[in-house]
Design a protein around this ligand. Structure first.
Ligand code: BGC
Length: 469
């Protein structure tokens, strides 16, 4: 489809020409962030260390040695950031709670000042008509728990359940939407299998206990939230990617099925079906002895919603000699790529949503796209004259969003029950191992001054949501 680029001042349409009215009136429109990526203030108000505080300070772990010590200084500037959301016209905001702010050592003693911060945030949001969607875990595990084995240790799942109950008791009277875990696949794969994220363990398939215990944590956390907040909407957020084989050969198709199992099914099947994928499909040396009787019942308790984060599809071929994995990821030719090197494939989002519905049928709860967005090399243009304001033109992000939101509309047309869409991210922020080198925000952050400069994409989203173009 050839689309006409959006021009500032025009109504905020999608790439297919439709507008917000194509969606249900109670659809949640928001942006998403995560505690370690934006908050800074790593020791304020009694906060304990997280694995990211530790990991980012080790040499060679992040681009330029960046850390989240200051990040977007959101812990201090939260009211300003809520004002920017209000100006944008969103009706929802997905944020995460930092576990070590609430329980500095991950268990036992609660730090009331840490909880107070989220209490104030929730009140500010509600005062501006913005519904909070709260993620309990977006990767900042208390270091004290990592010292006991982290997610490899079954006890961490129980500690997470306790922590979920603490947060739910405090905020449950005002927060309706609860997400237990953000992207269990990334926690386990990057954190424990490949070591590119905190805590930096390189265990390859011996990382499976981390996968299982994170999912068990989800089940226990969901139970704790439900207990504290009757009527809460609770679920998990998965990072899913449609997987394709590079050719139709038997080897490539088996490799694609293995990748799909390891990236997607290993996380979807336990929560929706109460089982892990067939070892013959996974084709990897995974010891499943950490899965105890009853665990999968806890993990597969019905959810009220499923969060899906989408960035790109994956193209796979059979592994070469010496590859420890049963697949090899290969570049998708013919697509534009982002600053992360990821292909831009809007239809992959429609395909994903429709595909998950086709696969799981009525077992699939209502879905929210809890993250979707893009990094480009945005450039801040300083004001040429005193009367002018600095600006950031990011027309490619505008088109990315227009086409991906259109893909969500197309999936709804095809019968998928989608209830919300959250742009990753509100602000440029600490992009994990990439540090501050990658910018995903609708708002540019000039880190040395902490100035926030809304980008062109912020104007488009505002216009789409019905605000001034
Ligand atoms: C994560 C975010 C991250 C984004 C872009 C998602 O996997 O949840 O924390 O910033 O992708 O890489």
């Amino acid at each position: 489809m050839t689309t006409t680029p959006w021009v500032p001042g025009e109504p905020g349409t999608l790439s297919d020409g439709r507008d917000r009215s194509a969606f249900p009136t109670d659809f949640l429109w928001g942006t998403a962030t995560a505690s370690y990526q934006i908050e800074g203030s790593p020791t304020a108000d009694g906060k304990g260390a997280s694995i990211w505080d530790t990991f980012s300070h080790l040499s060679g772990t992040t681009s330029e040695g960046d850390t989240g010590d200051i990040a977007c200084d959101h812990y201090v500037r939260m009211p300003e950031d809520v004002a920017l959301m209000t100006g944008l016209g969103v009706n929802a905001y997905r944020f995460s709670v930092s576990w070590p702010r609430v329980q500095p050592t991950g268990s036992g003693a609660v730090e009331p000042r840490g909880l107070d911060f989220y209490d104030r945030l929730v009140d500010q949001l509600l005062a501006h008509g913005i519904a909070p969607a709260l993620t309990l875990y977006h990767w900042d595990l208390p270091q004290a728990l990592e010292d006991e084995g982290g997610w490899l240790n079954r006890d961490t799942a129980h500690r997470f359940g306790d922590y979920a109950g603490v947060v739910a008791q405090r905020l449950g009277d005002r927060v309706h939407t609860w997400i237990t875990i953000n992207e269990a696949v990334v926690v386990s794969t990057f954190g424990y299998a490949l070591g590119t994220h905190a805590p930096g363990k390189f265990l390859l398939f011996d990382s499976f206990p981390a996968t299982h215990h994170v999912l068990l944590g989800h089940g226990l956390g969901m139970q704790a939230v439900r207990h504290a907040v009757p009527g809460a909407r609770v679920g998990i957020t998965h990072n899913l990617s449609p997987v394709h084989a590079v050719t139709d050969s038997e080897e490539d198709r088996r490799a694609a099925a293995a990748m799909d199992a390891i990236q997607n099914r290993m996380y979807m099947d336990p929560v929706l079906l109460g089982s892990y994928p067939d070892p013959d499909v996974v084709m990897a040396p995974i010891d499943r002895s950490c899965v105890l009787d009853g665990d999968l019942e806890i993990i597969s308790r019905p959810m009220d919603m499923l969060g899906i984060n989408y960035y790109n599809p994956t193209l796979v071929k059979a592994p070469g000699e010496g590859n420890p994995f049963p697949f090899e990821i290969t570049a998708m030719e013919g697509y534009e790529t982002t600053a992360m090197g990821w292909p831009v494939v809007p239809d992959g989002l429609r395909e994903l949503l429709v595909g998950e519905k086709a696969r799981y049928g009525d077992a699939l709860p209502p879905v929210m796209v809890t993250e979707n967005g893009v990094a480009y090399d945005d450039v801040l243009v300083e004001a040429p004259a005193a009367s002018d304001v600095a600006h950031v033109d990011d027309p490619k992000r505008v088109e990315y969003l227009r086409s991906h939101v259109a893909a969500v509309a197309a999936a709804i047309d095809e019968g998928v029950d989608v209830r919300g869409y959250f742009v990753w991210s509100l602000l440029d922020n600490f992009e994990w191992a990439e540090g501050f080198s990658k910018r995903f925000g609708l708002i540019y952050v000039d880190y040395p001054t902490q100035r926030r400069i809304p980008k062109l994409s912020y104007s488009w989203y505002r216009a789409f949501l019905g605000g001034p173009a």
